[in-house]
Write a protein that binds this ligand. Structure first.
Ligand code: FAD
Length: 455
């Protein structure tokens, strides 16, 4: 084949990338290890296999993932188009018949005269370092990238730049926390000193607001009720390959709670170093929320790695004082997930900073979810096309951060101390100008309108 672009992995991101490139009449070599080798979660020989839930989440514009799908429709995404064509009834969500979806995407790719499919495990049969010598190459091998390729990626990107599993605590929107209950403050700084008057103490802790943890205080009864529900809540069934890695790394909050009623309040929920500014007394237990993004719009629940089902997380964690009406932009997950430390390695086009012939797309870049993976494939693919046509110093195609596709690209390429995978949510978009709109639906609709206008 003449000059071409290599795409590795024909999953959700890779199939989109290959289609977008071929549409520009540019040759593609698409490397896929199936059906010779399957990851522990894949089993269908077709491309774009949906490994778990068949839902691509909401179709509503007032949902960030719904808005992202609309943005992708406007960019002629093959995968969203196919999802629309193969949808099954699911209310406001876009759910698909996964077998027909994968079959249709595969047919579209296989019949394309510009795409040459090569069955092999890259990293073993072929090396990336050889592929990138002469051709732009996009790695889209997902959260379960084969071990051989993961090893080669580690070599290329440098040691310790690859994560192998996710143990992510839930994240809530700060605006949805009840600040009649929650209070800012750092452990020990927040405690009333013996020689301080109440007035001096209150003045001191007022000064530390907004730059520290958000604390949610429990009474004894609230704590005991919460622990009971946590222990009895329904958990996700793990694959065998996931169990081993998870339990070596860190302990799910529900497992810790099962060890005894006081385990949490002597562990991650310990109230030591705090006095509740409303009562002046030490709470029975405290949940701490840590700032999760630079804008301080998102906060994660410290120590809340969990395997609870998403619905159960909403039900049980909403019992935490101050979170009754909390909006969870992301639920906790614990599963095998190979991903890069992208802020250090990739730019906003998903291109590797140290070698411009190399791009990454899909979940391996730290976006999380089916639609988010497709979206990163779209951005990487469009930029690879531009580079193929106009050379390394071509213009970059960067979407406005007011769009979800742009905000995700910005998220994965922006410096962060504790980078963790992120799904589409309105918390990563800049706020609207002017007075804050209180009604959530109205605010989200305005954000959606702003995004689509800029599109
Ligand atoms: C168990 C599990 C459940 C998930 N459930 C959901 C869910 O319910 N909802 C959701 O939105 N997201 C879910 N995700 C997250 C994510 O959205 C999906 O994994 C999504 O498929 C990622 O898209 P991708 O294109 O990055 O990778 P994939 O779709 O996994 O595609 C990667 C492709 O690369 C191939 N490949 C891997 N290594 C090599 C190699 N060395 N050489 C050649 N080919 C290779 C694989 O065979 C595969 O076809 C889940 C992830 C996992 C692991």
């Amino acid at each position: 084949m003449e000059k071409h672009i290599n795409v590795i992995g024909a999953g959700l991101a890779g199939s989109e990338v290959a289609y977008q490139i071929a549409k520009q009449k540019i040759n593609v070599k698409l490397y896929e290890m199936k059906p010779t080798k399957y990851s522990p979660a894949h089993s269908n020989p077709n491309f774009a296999e949906i490994v778990c839930s068949n839902s691509l989440k909401s179709n509503l514009l007032t949902n960030a993932c719904g808005l992202l799908k609309e943005e992708l429709r406007r960019l002629d995404s093959l995968l969203i188009k196919t999802a629309d064509e193969t949808s099954v009834p699911a209310g406001q969500a876009l759910a698909v018949d996964r077998d027909i979806f994968a079959k249709k995407v595969t047919e579209e790719i296989r019949k394309n005269e510009y795409i040459d499919v090569i069955e092999c495990n890259v990293g073993e049969d072929v090396r990336v370092k050889d592929l990138i010598k002469n051709n732009i190459t996009i790695i889209c091998t997902g959260p379960l990238t084969s071990d051989e390729l993961a090893k080669e990626i580690q070599e290329i990107t440098g040691q310790n730049k690859l994560y192998f599993y996710d143990a992510v605590a839930p994240i809530v929107l700060k605006d949805s926390i009840d600040f009649d209950i929650a209070f800012y403050g750092d452990r020990y700084v927040q405690e009333k000193k013996k020689d301080e008057t109440i007035e001096q103490w209150k003045q001191r802790i007022n000064n530390c607001s907004e730059n520290s943890y958000i604390n949610l205080p429990f009474s004894k009864q609230e704590y005991e009720d919460f622990c009971k529900e946590l222990i009895d809540a329904e958990v996700v069934t793990l694959h065998d390959f996931e169990k081993r890695e998870i339990f070596e790394g860190c302990m799910p909050i529900e497992i810790m709670a099962k060890r005894g009623i006081d385990t949490l309040r002597f562990g991650p929920l310990k109230p030591v170093g705090f006095d509740d500014p409303r009562t002046g007394k030490r709470p029975y237990a405290v949940v701490q929320l840590r700032q999760d993004n630079k804008k301080a719009s998102l906060y994660n629940l410290v120590g809340f790695q969990t395997n609870l089902k998403f619905g159960e997380q909403k039900r049980v964690f909403s019992m935490i004082p101050g979170l009754k009406n909390a909006e969870f932009v992301k639920y906790g997950v614990m599963h095998r997930n190979t991903y890069l430390n992208s802020p250090k390695l990739l730019d906003e086009t998903y291109r590797f900073r140290n070698n411009h012939n190399l791009y990454f797309a899909g979940q391996i870049t730290g976006v999380e979810g089916y639609v988010e993976s497709i979206s990163s494939g779209m951005v990487a693919g469009l930029n690879a096309i531009e580079q193929f046509k106009n050379g390394e110093n071509c213009r970059k195609i960067i979407f406005s951060e007011n769009t979800v596709i742009g905000a995700l690209a910005k998220y994965i390429s922006t410096d962060s101390d504790n980078f963790a995978p992120m799904n589409a949510n309105f918390g990563i978009l800049p706020e609207l100008e002017g007075k804050r709109i209180k009604d959530k639906k109205e605010r989200y609709m305005k954000l959606a309108q702003r995004s689509l206008q800029e599109f």
